[in-house]
Write a protein that binds this ligand. Sequence first.
Ligand code: NAP
Length: 315
Amino acid sequence: MAGSGAVPALLAAAWALLAAAFLAVLVLLRRAPAWLTGGGGVSGLFQDLIRYGKTKGGCGQRPAWLRLVQVPKRWFTHFYVVSVLWNGFLLIWLFRAEFLGGSLPSWIQHMHHALGRDSQSEDMDSEHFSALLVLLLLWLHSCRRLAECLWTSVFSNGVIHIVQYCFGLAYYIAVGSTVLCQVPTVRNGKEFSAQICWYHVIGVTMYIWASLHQHRCLVILANLRKSKSGKVVSLNHSVPFGDWFERVSCPHYFAELLIYVSMAVTLGLHNVTWWCVVMYVLFNQALAAVLCHEFYQKKFSSYPKHRKAFIPFVF
Ligand SMILES: NC(=O)c1ccc[n+]([C@@H]2O[C@H](COP(=O)([O-])OP(=O)(O)OC[C@H]3O[C@@H](n4cnc5c(N)ncnc54)[C@H](OP(=O)(O)O)[C@@H]3O)[C@@H](O)[C@H]2O)c1
């Protein structure tokens, strides 16, 4: 049981803690205590740290000092540049270790050790293959998102807090490293063999399906700002229609959640650490979706009443 059951405890705990923090913020927002809505310094800072882009406008005129620590939201692009480079680098190392034999570099083994991976775990080919596949999916996801930021999305002059920006950069390094830590470092001299299991097939199918919908929804958002000929004619926010927008305000966030769930499936459904990552994505994207849903409802009186914020028919 040492193989799949060896939970990288520190990593799982860190992701669970992050998920709990976002859940706590969601609950706080629902209760709206006076110190949070009163418009004072603490409330301003709190709102500034949880909102970004179009939802930042919802907390009124922000103090000048808060505007000093903001960067353009179009810098989201940097997250995916970092992710493509870092996760591509990890992918190359993992491919080399798997296909050329031998073990991972010593610094990765140190990282495993520090983060709690049991390097003496039983060698399971499917575990190696699953982690390799998930790292590949994560890298492809980052490549697609980078391409969308560069060539599909039309950004306005929206901003994000510098803390959110640094968090975003660190996030993509952490998430790739988390996948890598799911690989046993010891191969016991066996040759690598790609054992395709039922959960790989279901996971990859779900990933492709969710990615296609996420892309379509981002194209719909971009088209709101373009003329029929494809020329950018506006930077305003308007009401999106079509695809999963008919059911929820933020289908691209819902698709993001499905993409991370598809990776949990690809890892064989039993990886506790990855489920903690999924929990983090769930609460992080739920918070962003609630704020976005509120924004649409406040701004557009005719906003479709049946639309949920995040999960069709549920939330
Ligand atoms: N895994 C994670 O932790 C994580 C965290 C955050 C985001 N993401 C993913 O990154 C992707 C982008 O997220 P995001 O928060 O930047 O999404 P977003 O705020 O909806 O923005 C996506 C693009 O659409 C534009 N846009 C948004 N609403 C619009 C409207 N009503 N009318 C016209 N244009 C509109 C935005 O422009 P402006 O905002 O510049 O106006 C931006 O160019 C999503 O798929 C999300 O799931 C993942």
